[in-house]
Design a protein around this ligand. Structure first.
Ligand SMILES: [Zn+2]
Length: 65
């Protein structure tokens, strides 16, 4: 079992919209996503703004390191 939730969560800023729904805003490109781990991880792994600033980081998976 992974010891913690995937670290990609920390790459998003949690927000609440006017309807009280949680949104997650990418800290790198300000794209907003609904709370959906699959979609957030997909964005994390493909975010061009992040990749441009952290070229040395390999994509991560949701269930390991
Ligand atoms: Zn992004």
């Amino acid at each position: 079992m992974p010891r913690e939730k995937s670290s990609f969560w920390s790459e998003f800023k949690e927000k609440t919209d006017q309807n009280g729904k949680k949104r997650f805003q990418c800290k790198h490109c300000s794209t907003e996503k609904a709370m959906n781990a699959t979609r957030l991880l997909d964005h994390y792994n493909t975010c061009l703004a992040r990749l441009a600033s952290q070229e040395f980081n390999l994509p991560i998976s949701s269930d390991s390191n």
